[in-house]
Design a protein around this ligand. Structure first.
Ligand code: SF4
Length: 87
């Protein structure tokens, strides 16, 4: 029983730093894909459009194009892509 506990503790000591490094290495570094990759278009698809997508980041001024967490470049609030997801 004591040997198992020690082995488990050692596994934890090895695994935790690896997980921490993996999380630190990827957090906030998601690379955005290209418009072509996501089949982005400058017009809505039905009622689905960037401005009502959870990934859309409106410009600070509130006017004009914004950005997207997934697709790189200038993103129209009236655009759409295959990754659209309801806000
Ligand atoms: S994921 Fe697609 S639909 Fe959503 S904001 Fe980005 S470009 Fe627009």
């Amino acid at each position: 029983m004591d040997k198992i506990s020690r082995a488990d503790a050692l596994k934890g000591l090895i695994v935790l730093p690896v997980l921490a490094a993996a999380v630190a290495g990827t957090a906030g570094q998601a690379d955005a894909g290209s418009k072509a990759q996501f089949k982005y278009q400058n017009k809505p698809k039905g009622s689905a459009k960037c401005s009502n997508c959870r990934f859309y980041r409106a410009p600070k001024s509130g006017k004009g194009n914004g950005a997207c967490s997934l697709v790189s470049g200038s993103i129209s609030p009236n655009g759409w892509c295959i990754a659209w997801a309801k806000k």
